[in-house]
Ligand binder design. Structure first.
Ligand SMILES: NC(=O)c1ccc[n+]([C@@H]2O[C@H](COP(=O)([O-])OP(=O)(O)OC[C@H]3O[C@@H](n4cnc5c(N)ncnc54)[C@H](O)[C@@H]3O)[C@@H](O)[C@H]2O)c1
Length: 257
């Protein structure tokens, strides 16, 4: 590791599992102090235990990104503990299935509350701390669902599309503060979020669901959490100093065909 994040404080939401956990471990290995935000305290603590066992610095923060009060308290606690917030990876997200004819209003609202409002609330709370630090980097987690119409994911496609638009708007607003804002559009990554969907796609057979999904990827396989975490690390680092408002697909060619 090259210590690209040495001296930085990074907040990663949804870091108790999947891509967020992989990112928390990677950012910590690169020298960041990582605030592991998750609605599940036990999951966040598990990530922290892994990081500290590897010699890194992290703290678990129980937070619901869809609640303004919870987010403000969590971000302020991080800044109070470590003196600054330099990086925010808005990764927490939930799925929602069904076409517009089937999706429930409750599912639609939850999908937007976590994926879109959560991104807004965490960014709103973090920006003053980044301004105080003289700048920062925000990475928003979108999805290939923002770039292509994935069947039976109406609310999720719409929510991730909103994350892409919000990213561009934030980039325009915050550039003068030295805050860069970019989004990642990952293709399918095998995580707890995706497992039930892949199983359903195979009519209950996970292997069949995986095969159907992999067929859509020119690269011939799904992504790994670590592959997406490396993109987030790059966008958060000074190596991406001329990038803001970029929508970066990391999808094995899925949206190229
Ligand atoms: N896995 C994929 O194929 C894939 C593809 C494209 C985009 N994404 C996006 O990547 C992100 C991470 O996905 P993942 O596959 O690692 O999922 P995951 O389910 O493994 O992890 C998501 C984490 O977010 C947490 N979380 C959920 N709601 C929250 C809330 N209200 N407040 C705080 N934390 C909350 C969960 O507890 C969980 O630990 C999501 O935004 C997802 O939409 C995933």
């Amino acid at each position: 590791m090259s210590g690209r994040m040495r001296g930085r404080t990074a907040v990663i939401t949804g870091a108790g599992s999947g891509i967020g956990r992989a990112a928390a471990e990677l950012f910590a290995a690169e020298g960041a102090a990582v605030a592991v935000f998750d609605v599940r305290q036990d999951a966040a603590q598990e990530t922290v235990d892994k990081i500290t066992a590897a010699g890194g610095t992290a703290m678990a923060v129980a937070v619901d990104v869809s609640s303004a009060e919870s987010v403000q308290a969590a971000i302020d606690r991080t800044a109070a503990e470590w003196g600054a917030v330099h990086v925010l990876y808005n990764n927490a997200g939930v799925n929602s299935t069904g076409s517009v004819a089937e999706a429930t209003e409750e599912d639609w609202d939850r999908c937007f509350a976590v994926n879109v409002k959560g991104t807004f609330l965490c960014s709103r709370a973090a920006v003053p701390h980044m301004r105080k630090a003289g700048g920062g980097a925000i990475v928003n987690q979108a999805s290939v669902a923002a770039l292509a119409g994935i069947p039976n994911f109406a609310a999720y496609c719409a929510a991730k599309g909103a994350v892409v638009s919000l990213t561009r708007s934030m980039a325009a607003d915050l550039a003068s503060d030295g805050i860069r804002v970019n989004a990642i559009c990952p293709g399918t990554v095998f995580t707890p979020l995706m497992e039930p969907l892949l199983r359903a796609r195979g009519d209950g057979d996970l292997e069949a669901g995986l095969a159907k999904t992999v067929a859509k990827y020119p690269i011939g396989r799904l992504g790994t959490p670590e592959e997406i975490a490396r993109v987030a690390l790059f966008l958060s680092s000074d190596e991406a100093s001329f990038m803001t408002g970029s929508i970066v697909a990391s999808d094995g060619g899925m949206t190229a065909v």
